[in-house]
Design a protein around this ligand. Sequence first.
Ligand SMILES: Nc1nc2c(c(=O)[nH]1)N[C@H]1C(S)=C(S)[C@@H](COP(=O)(O)O)O[C@H]1N2
Ligand SMILES: [Mo]
Length: 328
Amino acid sequence: MLIKTKPSWQLTDADVTPQHLYMNRRKIMAAGGALATTAFTTACSAQDSGVSSGEPAARTADGSLSFSETDYRVSDGALTPEDAVTGYNNFYEFGTGKDDPARYAHAMTTDPWSIEVTGHAGRTGIFALEDVVDFGALEERIYRLRCVEAWSMVIPWIGVPLGDVLSAFEPTSDARYVAFETYLNRDEMRGTRFPVLDWPYREGLRIDEAMNPLAFLAVGLYGNVLPNQNGAPIRLVVPWKYGFKSIKSINKISFVSEEPPTSWKQSAPREYGFYSNVNPNRSHPRWSQSSERIIGAGPFARRDTEMFNGYGDAVADLYAGMDLDSEY
Ligand SMILES: Nc1nc2c(c(=O)[nH]1)N[C@H]1C(S)=C(S)[C@@H](COP(=O)(O)O)O[C@H]1N2
Ligand SMILES: [Mo]
């Protein structure tokens, strides 16, 4: 039997009052009452629900995914409408216009998909997507995505913790960083015919950042498999960093001992650093980062940008002793 969790954004008015979007689930659970027993009782893992994990759930005909709710959701702000999440994108491999990815990313082949794993790890080689991600253990996470261009969205992702995936490859103590690369196919990705960036798109994290429970690998959003423009079939989501760290359509993971080259730092090191933690106090050389435009909420909707994009409780310790102004 396949039990599909009814996620926050699918609940009707009869199920739940709108302000639940403004509260986190822990508070709702603590409050007890009808909400906790109706909306969230299906929050068991898909495996417990009897979904066979061998089933290639990522490739369902209708694109829907089975997943469980978690405690990870923003504490303020409404979800960004789905058409904005999938229609206003940065994926320069398909062009630099915000609507280019939605228009052109369908040309990308995402099935079958394999990921090459190299470097300081016990298990390396080329793995099928289904062997990297346990599609029987998917969870939903509602995170704010803060682009370095000073806009943000609130997105219900579906995926697995990055740390779980990386641990399965048995990184050694020499693996101080992890590097990621995006798929590159010049025939399918019209934007890569221009030298906007040094393709393929590359990103990376320090290994302790990657192992932080907030770091996430998404395979879906709004209940379905990722649309190509959002980084199908698998992309990183690092909610406390500027959006460009959340690399899309990953087909290579390398465990390395030195800080790996990353596309935006390579292209403009004065503007974009390796860490790129969201920091309202450190202006971009060409604009302020103190506030952000809320995408999908009308032309004038803005909010103050938060240190670490509001995730400081979970991640500030990673940067103890670092000067975040010089090591940005
Ligand atoms: N491969 C690749 N990954 C990428 C990008 C890109 O151009 N290419 N853009 C980044 C930027 S700047 C942002 S803000 C997010 C946007 O993700 P979204 O389109 O799913 O909202 O993807 C990031 N990941
Ligand atoms: Mo971005």
